[in-house]
Design a protein around this ligand. Structure first.
Ligand code: PEP
Length: 253
């Protein structure tokens, strides 16, 4: 049986200046024992990547970016490429977050190009998918997710996908305080894994980590993490305070 190392990832979104991000990263490192079972990742805003990377250096905390552009360089004002993120110390990059889809016109086709660019640069993509409340109420959850995965993962080989992390983030649960129930989350995670199995085979699907995101807090982490197809959490609001995020990381205690 495949063992998947759990992962707890914090998405800081557009929060924290450089000094604030440094203080938060320092405080988070101070909360760790070094014996954490889960892999830990934080994704500060782009301006804070380099200063935070200096602080988390040799600690178990990995660095992630919140976005990238698919070209390596060129006349793309305001964008940041995969090789640039690697040079800033990133190992992960979040791709296709619903806020990027909603506010910045990110499409499944763009997500697909970004995943390929991330993998080519040696980054691990954290690929976000999720349905809106209307889509869920209309019974379209699985068809929406299938389309996001079909187009988002189009042309990706098993090898290219092998390191990728999936994140199921129901849009109605993000920043609302209303998490999916464990049953709702497990049902979708099992569906996502089945999709991956059809697309990439049983071994790759069995090894793929699927994170849940949407109002994860210390109080609901353990019951979500106990479910067979939930391999971690992508945490927004509750990752901003180091003590709270550390409680989520230490969900087993
Ligand atoms: C997110 O932004 O990925 C997220 C899940 O946010 P929150 O935890 O605040 O719902």
């Amino acid at each position: 049986m495949t063992t998947r190392r759990p992962m707890i990832a914090g998405n800081w979104k557009m929060h924290k200046t450089c000094p604030e991000a440094e203080d938060t990263a320092r405080a988070l490192v101070g909360q760790l024992t070094g014996k954490e079972e889960a892999e830990i990742m934080i994704a500060p805003p782009a301006t804070a990547l380099v200063p935070v990377s200096r602080i988390i250096g040799d600690t178990p905390v990995q660095l992630g970016a919140q976005n990238l552009f698919w070209e390596n360089q060129g006349a793309y004002t305001g964008e940041v490429s995969g090789p640039m993120l690697v040079s800033a110390g990133c190992r992960y990059v979040i791709i296709g977050h619903s806020e990027r889809r909603q506010y910045f016109g990110e499409t499944d086709e763009g997500v697909n190009k970004k995943i390929k660019a991330a993998v080519a640069a040696g980054l691990v993509p954290v690929i976000c998918i999720g349905e809106s409340e209307t889509e869920r109420d209309g019974g379209k959850t699985f068809s929406v997710l299938d389309k996001q995965m079909e187009k988002g993962l189009e042309g990706l080989s098993e090898d290219q996908f092998s390191q990728a992390v999936m994140a199921y983030e129901p849009v109605w649960a993000i920043g609302t305080g209303r998490s999916a129930t464990p049953e709702q989350a497990q049902e979708v995670h099992a569906h996502v894994r089945q999709f991956l199995e059809k697309r990439f085979g049983a071994q790759t699907a069995g090894a793929a980590r699927i994170l849940y995101g949407g109002s994860v807090k210390p109080a609901n982490t353990a019951e979500l993490m106990a479910l067979p197809d939930i391999d971690g959490a992508l945490v927004g609001g509750a990752s901003l305070k180091p003590e709270t995020f550390a409680e989520i990381i230490h969900y087993k205690r």
